[in-house]
Design a protein around this ligand. Structure first.
Ligand code: VG1
Ligand code: CO
Length: 544
């Protein structure tokens, strides 16, 4: 089988963002666009000859087209074997597990996560390294540099692989094995959680609803929650992956899961509601009459993890992304364990997890996970919650309130301004950055005094690398905080994210409306950054 070397020219826009290269399908469908990017990835890695590569995606439109191309390019570049999920499917955490479990060289995870899919939607490609986690900046920077000068890629002229049949096929000199996307992941979950206790919880009449949002977690949730844990059929809704996510927006937040939220606020509703995103790495947790913010969920899971068999000896440390609330910091302090603040994006947790310095990680954007894989993991968070509920025999609301009475409450919200003109958003951030030096000491209404103001620079304590300009932090003397940064996952214009946080002590007021509790800070953010006047927006596009 002769290897073909195809001439190509660079695309200027192949710069990976927070989590891989995300673009409109119309961008990805341009001639050689996928090929250039995948070849640039392979060119940026050490010798791949004879190595194993994992490939899988969230099943969105264009998944199979990209996978067929990726397989041919992998074969032409000398990979020995490709492991691909049946139907081209692998959730992001399952892909991470497969890479680790089979000691693969790395993997291609095809997804644009919570962004809509379909011919007019988004697509994405991300490379994960041998530890199962997203490639570190050193590699993503090299990939981008390579895309800017690429002049050819290697491929084979072979028929499409049948992705629906389990077992091995041959592409040139490379073996392609189509594997069950769920089995290894489900087996891993069984090692971490007390399935018998969770089964007993469902037997006792406990009811939950899990919304797979027509995305990748459907097959995983059906198998684990209904088949293995005995939750009644119908517990999992929207459980069949659709290439367009049924024309929905697979983002598990209170905007797109409003129906579930409303259901959980009624007496007849279930005891517990959860959802996951397009690629299965995010989670939404709602108890009866209680939405749990992702930042609180991180703190609660860390404080209770020892109740699950996989973490019975305790956790080594916690890491959270910089914009995530400091609720978890209070847990780490009490447990006397390490606490780390990292830039946004799961790739920054990899070194800390590999070094055994942290066990649990989380982000305010509904991502939580542990050292079992190197990605955030939506179903893992749901199962840990179920394990905790089964052992503590209390409801979510009771557990959350008890937590606040012990540690205090970090009121928290994020205001997103989507599809803002990129030049205006860039200038807004630049101007704010330039003013930071003058801010400490300033006093605003409600006695809010600025203690520090900086642009977050991360120093990785494991490999010594530095990542600058990771978001603006404005901290107040009472522990309140305003964080402002531009999204690295959007595909149109710029998304401005404003994160707001205020701490209330254990004996303080825990029942305020979140937006009201944060109103003074919202006002200060406006005064300092001029978001409304500069963008012309009167209100955020999304509030989480
Ligand atoms: C967003 C979130 C970040 C998350 C990233 C990928 O990034 O804020 O916390 O890690 O998405 O998640 P940004 O740069 O847009 O703020 V996923 O589920 O889209 O892979
Ligand atoms: Co995701």
């Amino acid at each position: 089988m002769p290897i073909q070397t195809i001439k190509t020219t660079p695309y200027a826009d192949q710069k990976p963002g927070t989590s891989g290269l995300r673009k409109r399908v119309s961008v990805y469908s341009q001639p050689h666009y996928v090929e250039n990017y995948i070849q640039a990835i392979f060119d940026s890695l050490d010798e791949v000859g004879g190595q194993t590569l994992v490939i899988g995606g969230d099943g969105r439109f264009y998944n199979n087209v990209a996978i067929q191309k990726a397989i041919r390019i992998a074969a032409a570049n000398g990979f020995g074997k490709v492991l691909v999920g049946q139907g081209g499917l692998l959730s992001t955490p399952a892909a991470s597990n497969i890479i680790r479990h089979y000691k693969a060289f790395g993997g291609l995870v095809l997804s644009a996560s919570h962004n809509p899919g379909g011919p007019d939607g988004d697509f994405g490609i991300k490379y994960n390294v041998g530890n199962g986690g997203p490639a570190p900046e050193k590699i993503t920077d090299a990939v981008f540099a390579r895309t800017q000068v690429i002049d050819s890629y290697k491929t084979l002229d072979t028929p499409d692989i049948d992705l629906d049949v389990l077992g091995t096929q041959q592409v040139g000199g490379m073996v392609v094995e189509v594997i069950d996307p769920v089995a290894d992941y489900a087996a891993l979950m069984q090692t971490l959680f007390d399935f018998e206790a969770i089964r007993a919880l469902f037997r006792s009449g406990f009811r939950m609803t899990f919304d797979a949002m027509h995305a990748i977690t459907g097959p995983y949730a059906h198998a684990i929650l209904e088949d293995m844990l005995g939750a009644p059929k119908g517990t999992v809704i929207n459980g069949v992956p659709s290439p367009t996510f049924n024309n929905g927006h697979p983002d598990p937040n209170l905007v797109y899961c409003k129906d579930m939220f409303d259901l959980l606020m009624t007496p007849e509703g279930p005891d517990f509601g959860a959802a996951s995103d397009g690629d299965g790495d995010r989670n939404l947790i709602i108890g009866k009459n209680r939405f749990v913010t992702p930042s609180d969920s991180l703190a609660l899971l860390a404080a209770n993890a020892h109740l699950a068999p996989g973490y019975k000896d305790g956790i080594a440390g916690i890491a959270r992304s910089m914009p995530t609330s400091a609720a978890a910091d209070r847990v780490a302090e009490k447990l006397g364990i390490e606490m780390h603040e990292t830039p946004t994006g799961w790739k920054f947790f990899g070194n800390l997890l590999d070094a055994g310095r942290v066990t649990i990680c989380g982000e305010e954007s509904a991502g939580t996970g542990s050292n079992h894989v190197r990605e955030k993991d939506g179903l893992w968070a749901v199962l840990l919650w179920l394990n905790i509920l089964a052992v503590r025999k209390q409801g979510v609301d009771e557990i959350v309130r008890e937590h606040w009475r012990t540690y205090g409450r970090n009121y928290y919200t994020r205001h997103d301004y989507e599809e803002v003109d990129a030049a205006i958003a860039g200038k807004l951030v630049d101007d704010l950055r330039a003013s930071l030096i003058s801010l400490p000491g300033k006093v605003f209404a409600d006695d809010l005094q600025i203690a520090y103001a900086d642009d977050f620079t991360y120093h990785d304590p494991v490999d010594g690398s530095t990542s600058a300009k990771q978001g603006i932090r404005i901290g107040f003397t009472d522990g309140s905080r305003i964080v402002l940064r531009l999204s690295g996952t959007g595909t149109v214009g710029a998304t401005l994210r404003v994160y707001l946080e205020r701490y209330e002590a254990p004996d303080g007021r825990h029942d305020l409306d979140t937006q009201l509790a944060l109103e003074p800070l919202i006002g200060i953010a406006e005064t300092l950054a001029g978001i409304r006047s500069r963008t012309g927006r009167q209100a955020p596009s999304v509030i989480t």
